[in-house]
Ligand binder design. Structure first.
Ligand code: ATP
Ligand code: MG
Length: 456
């Protein structure tokens, strides 16, 4: 395995103080998978103070940031590279809700590796020569594509309730399989999983959704009870049958939509929207007179529920707003009968910046109906009309009107409620007919409206 020359240089720095340093964690795992190592995590027997002094005195100097000094971690920027360097530890700093966080520094690399979660994450490469320290058979598990806890799975999960979710996230991310004992220990750990902070859960869900096949983790979550714990609204979609063109229940449909969005490299917002766009179908399901399931207004209910879920998982508000907006708008029904004004109203309602994302969501939704690729011409009639409308009319928001509020004040209209109504009315007029968007016409209409509204 070829090690980056800078890692070798760092090893010689540690050597001057008679200290050991190892490459550990995800970077080693990636190298054993034949992938380029991403972030560097280093482990050492030097104390954080010693590491700080080492890079203060090195040539060139390294910049040391005490990111997690109480857990023995510092972040070092050295020659354009950034890395986390952690003193050998025996305890994780992860709160399990039962015990205060504590760190105990370990004597050697083997002890440090034994606190790590999975065998594939518990291999160290000794620097500078790259000799592997692999006490738990991590390399063999990587080769076989197996996720296995270091030691007893139930005990390891009891120490940190995030680990079960991490195991399933790695399954989706790497295409690995959790080993049976590891998987079997998850249902018994759910009480501990429930204590993990929402932010940590969210970060794992994000990684699942960013993986090539999110359903791999989500189905395992369902099987082990983690889905019911963290996304009960989605778990409740199992067995909710749909009729018509749909071949799957709402849960499988949602997973397929999310897989498609991931496969097509759609943005994160679209992947989340694809996963959650139909969760409102469960509470809105009703049978009509002819015995067919209906889901009236499910998009509004899905939006409401998505808002609650993403808030609970502490997603940023801007992302919540975008996902909810896409879900609210996902049920548009374009037909050739739509007039130009209807197309313009659609653009205004969705918002130009969201159009592409909404099309993506619809493609994912269409794919997931019967697990069939949408045809290349899918949505084409709509997208063409939208493009035409955009080319013809730039008056697609209040500020594109040929008159401003200031113009109206100059024309004698008082600022306030009436002016708001007038501006909206002018905008509606221009949406109906862009040819009306001239200063002269709009001032004329505004004066007439002002008269009507102030007489009343
Ligand atoms: P990625 O960066 O893709 O999430 P990673 O394996 O680098 O993968 P990190 O969260 O960066 O994961 O953690 C680095 C290493 O720290 C892991 O490889 C593992 O050895 C250890 N580790 C991380 N989280 C835990 C945990 N919850 N319990 C035990 N060990 C952990
Ligand atoms: Mg990492």
């Amino acid at each position: 395995m070829t090690l980056h020359p800078i890692l070798k240089e760092i090893a010689s720095l540690f050597k001057t103080k008679n200290r050991q340093v190892y490459l550990v964690g995800g970077a080693v795992r990636d190298m054993f998978r034949g992938k380029k190592a991403q972030d560097w995590d280093l482990a050492t027997d030097a104390s954080p103070e010693e590491v700080t002094a080492l890079f203060r005195d090195s040539r060139p100097r390294g910049k040391v940031i005490p990111t997690g000094i109480k857990h023995g971690t510092v972040t070092v920027h050295y020659r354009d590279h950034s890395m986390e360097i952690t003193t050998f530890r025996t305890e994780a700093d992860y709160t399990d809700g039962r015990r205060p966080d504590a760190v105990h520094f370990a004597a050697n690399i083997e002890d440090d590796l034994s606190r790590r979660d999975f065998t594939m994450n518990a291999i160290a490469l000794r620097l500078p020569n790259g000799e592997a320290v692999d006490p738990f058979g991590g390399a063999a598990d990587i080769k076989a594509g197996i996720i296995r806890c270091v030691g007893n799975a139930a005990e390891r999960f009891a120490e940190d309730g995030l680990r079960p979710l991490r195991a399933l996230r790695f399954a989706a991310q790497l295409g690995f399989e959790p080993e049976q004992a590891t998987l079997d220990a998850i249902p018994g750990a759910l009480d501990i999983c429930a204590k993990v902070s929402a932010e940590r859960v969210r970060d794992e869900i994000d990684k699942i959704i960013s993986s090539p096949l999110p359903s791999k983790a989500l189905l395992l979550m369902e099987k082990t009870g983690l889905l019911k714990l963290f996304l009960p609204e989605l778990a409740a979609c199992r067995g909710i049958d749909q009729k018509g063109f749909h071949c799957f229940d709402v849960l499988d449909h949602s997973l397929l939509a999310c897989d498609y969005a991931a496969r097509e490299h759609y943005p994160h917002e679209v992947r989340l929207a694809a996963l959650l766009h139909d969760i409102g179908k469960n509470p809105t399901r009703a049978m009509d007179e002819s015995g067919i399931w209906t889901f009236y207004q499910h998009e509004a209910e899905s939006e409401r529920m998505t808002h609650a879920i993403l808030n609970r998982l502490r997603y940023p508000n801007a992302l919540i707003d975008t996902v909810c907006h896409l879900i609210r708008e996902h049920m548009f029904h374009f037909t050739e009968e739509w007039g130009d004004a209807a197309v313009r109203r659609f653009i205004v309602r969705v918002g130009e910046p969201h159009l592409e994302n909404l099309y993506q969501l619809r493609r994912a939704d269409a794919y997931a109906t019967a697990k069939k690729e949408p045809s290349p011409g899918f949505l084409l009639p709509l997208t063409q009309r939208v493009e035409q409308a955009l080319a013809q009319s730039r008056a697609l928001s209040l500020k594109d009107l040929a008159v401003s509020g200031k113009d109206l004040i100059e024309a004698g209209i008082k600022p306030g409620k009436v002016m708001g109504i007038i501006l909206n009315e002018l905008f509606e007029t221009v949406l109906d007919d862009p040819a009306e968007n001239t200063r002269e016409r709009l001032l004329f209409i505004a004066a007439r409206l002002n008269q009507q509204l102030t007489v009343q």
